[in-house]
Each structure stands twice: as structure tokens, then as C-alpha cells.
Ligand binder design. Structure first.
Ligand SMILES: *Cc1c(COP(=O)(O)O)cnc(C)c1O
Length: 370
């Protein structure tokens, strides 16, 4: 079966990025690879297997289904679940996943489940709020957390963690430094009450790059492993893992005044050639890339998207490019010619690589390149 669009996943680029991130960490700092959202839209099983081959210390997913999928594929590495839901706790334990416990409510519910299943010292990661105000135990609840933990033996804190709010933004350096200080203080408070906690982790990719002094003994990298860093200079040293390609299905010659696509989304102001590409908003290239906000690489040059992105197709203006029906267009990624990175393509629509990559839908075939 041939496919209308392919997302190529270069595992050698993942390996390159892994070594790059490792080179930014002290030798004793462990590395946790974030493979949530299908490995940032790539293919989480192949990515996790490659990382396991590279001796990754830890993996993390956002939700339990993502961890279950990795276990079913034979992944043995410890897996942290960043945002487990209270109804998931049985499955977490059955699948040997480690929950991030982010509130007193989630702690009490998890202890109850662990006791019901006769667990002893089941590993959990306690997550504190240091300023992101998204997930994390608030300081007001620390005394109750300590007494809940001391009153039982079913669970045991294996990790203490928090998350930075603006590690990529050096204009907010002071805020981040305050978060780091707060987290150090939380470690002292927790260890004074509960004894040593083996793993302490705060940094994401931009944190590793901008605040290496705050590695504690583990760091969490997602986007960096996929080839992006929120920093154009460092992006040059990373390799994009995912490359999105689709076909030029048809070419039309337009006269002045001709429409392109639905609702007069574009009207030709001169004679021009328009190529129809086999990729649409159902594939994850949303309508925000229409009207010239997105530009694809085809025929050795760049062709802007004209009109509105349709569900299954989008149209580009071909200008003088040497393009024929059946040629392939590259939307973002790596390769010869002027191919946009996912970060650059995303910035055309004022969004970020994270959103673009994770939006590529299941309809786009993943092709794993070893
Ligand atoms: C997604 C996520 C990460 C990874 O962040 P990157 O910027 O992709 O490196 C790390 N920690 C937590 C808690 C996350 O939710």
C-alpha cells in the first residue's frame, strides 16, 4: 500500500541528539527521556526501544495508556507517568509504571490503591509546585503529605520533582532561579521528614541548556531528543528526527481571477501554477498554516500554501519551480535543499515545534529509518 503522506523517523538523529544532551549533563546525572504524545508525534515504541538500546535511565509519558503501550511492546525501563488520573492507579501498579503524585488528593488515592493491592514501598515521584501552578503539591499541604506517607508502608518516594515555567526564556531568568531555589528548599524539607529520596529532577530540555547548575541527579528531556531546543544556535547542533513528506497530486494552470480551494480562499492575481499536495488538516497541518503562513519545499525551492488548508489536501503556488505531478514535497524536517525545520514551519503560524510535531495525526504513515 502506498501512502499519501509519510513521517520519516530517523533513529540515527535520535542517537545524535541523545549524545548531545548527555554531553550537557554531568556524568553522574541520570537522563529521563520524555516520550509522551507518541514520542512528540514520532512513534513512541521505536523511539523508546532505541533509547533503551542507548541505555536511557528513565522514560516518561503523560498518561497511563501511553505507558501501557510501551510495556506491551516489551519496554523494561522505568516509566514515569507525568499526569496520571485517579482512576488509573490500579493499571499503573499492574503495569509497573511510576506515578507523579501532584496533590494530597492523588497521594491519598494512590496509597489506598497500593494498600488494596498489598504493595510494599511502591515507587512514586512526588511533584511539588514551584511556580508553574499547573500540577504540584502546594506548600500548605506538605505537613499532611508527610503524615500520610509516614503512616503507611505501601508506597515510598523514589523521586522528588518539579517543573520550570520559563526555562527557555532568559528574560525570566530571575523567576527560574527562584524556582530552582524553591525546589532545593523542598528537597531539604522532604528529606528531613522522610529520609533520603533517591531521585531529584527539575530540568526539561531548555533547563538543561540554560540552567545546568540545577541538574540535581536526573534531568528530563523531550524536545531536545527530537531535534529542537527553543534556541536557534543550539538547533544547528541537533538533528530533526521527524521529516514530513507528501505528494504533488495534480498541477493546475490558473488565469487571473481564478479561485483556489474552498470559499475563494485565494484568487490568482496573475497566471500561475498551483500544486495540490496530499496533506490536510486531518493529517495535522491545521488551517492556521493557510494563506501563505506555511511554506513547503518542492522542486528544489519553496512554495507557499495558498488559500485554506482542506481536510485532506492543501494547495501551493509553484512559481517557476521545476515541479511535476507525482513529485514529492517536504513540509518540514531534514534533507537536501531549503527544507524548513519544524520550528521554522511552526513559527510561520506563530506556534511552536511541540504543537506542530504532536499534531501529525495517525493517518500519516510513520516510516522508521534505522
Ligand atoms: C513535557 C515535559 C517535559 C519535557 O519538556 P521538553 O521541553 O520537551 O524537554 C519535562 N517535564 C515535564 C513535567 C513535562 O510535562
Amino acid at each position: 500500500m502506498s501512502s499519501h503522506a509519510v513521517l520519516e523517523i530517523q533513529l540515527s538523529s535520535l542517537t545524535h541528539n541523545y549524545h548531545f544532551i548527555k554531553s550537557k549533563l554531568h556524568t553522574q546525572t541520570k537522563l529521563l527521556a520524555v516520550v509522551k504524545a507518541n514520542g512528540y508525534g514520532s512513534e513512541s515504541v521505536s523511539v523508546a526501544k532505541k533509547l533503551e538500546e542507548l541505555d536511557i535511565d528513565y522514560l516518561a509519558v503523560a498518561y497511563v495508556v501511553e505507558g501501557v503501550k510501551l510495556r506491551a511492546a516489551g519496554i523494561k525501563t522505568p516509566i514515569l507517568v507525568l499526569h496520571p488520573q485517579l482512576g488509573d492507579f490500579k493499571d499503573i501498579i499492574h503495569q509497573c509504571l511510576e506515578p507523579s503524585i501532584y496533590s494530597l488528593r492523588s497521594l491519598e488515592a494512590f496509597i489506598k490503591t497500593a494498600q488494596d493491592l498489598n504493595c510494599e514501598a511502591y515507587p512514586i515521584h512526588l511533584k511539588t509546585n514551584t511556580g508553574l501552578n499547573r500540577l504540584g503539591i502546594t506548600e500548605r499541604d506538605f505537613p499532611s503529605v508527610f503524615s500520610s506517607l509516614k503512616a503507611q508502608k505501601a508506597v515510598s518516594p523514589k523521586g522528588l520533582m518539579s517543573h520550570l515555567a520559563a526555562s527557555d526564556d532568559l528574560l525570566e531568568r530571575e523567576f527560574t532561579e527562584r524556582q530552582i531555589k524553591t525546589f532545593s528548599n523542598h528537597i531539604q524539607l522532604f528529606e528531613a521528614e522522610l529520609g533520603p529520596i533517591p531521585l531529584k529532577h527539575l530540568l526539561n530540555t531548555s533547563g538543561i541548556l540554560n540552567f545546568p547548575q540545577a541538574q540535581f541527579n536526573m534531568a528530563r528531556s523531550g524536545i531536545g531528543l527530537y531535534g529542537y531546543s527553543n534556541n536557534p544556535d543550539i538547533d544547528k547542533q541537533l538533528k530533526p528526527v521527524a521529516t514530513l513528506k507528501a505528494n504533488v497530486s495534480q498541477i493546475h494552470e490558473l488565469q487571473v481571477g481564478d479561485w483556489v480551494g474552498y470559499n475563494k480562499g485565494f484568487v490568482a492575481n496573475k497566471p500561475m501554477r498551483i500544486g495540490t499536495i496530499s496533506l490536510g488538516h486531518a493529517d495535522g497541518i491545521s488551517r492556521q498554516y493557510g494563506q501563505g503562513k506555511g511554506v513547503v519545499s518542492v522542486g528544489g525551492g519553496l512554495a507557499p500554501i495558498v488559500g485554506n488548508v482542506c481536510m485532506d489536501m492543501l494547495m501551493v503556488e509553484l512559481g517557476d519551480l521545476q515541479v511535476q505531478e507525482g513529485d514529492m514535497a517536504v513540509i518540514f524536517g531534514e534533507g537536501a535543499g531549503q527544507i524548513a525545520s519544524a520550528e521554522d514551519f511552526a513559527s510561520g503560524a506563530k506556534t511552536i515545534s511541540y504543537e506542530l510535531l504532536t499534531a501529525i495525526s495517525a493517518r500519516v504513515q510513520r516510516q522508521i529509518i534505522e
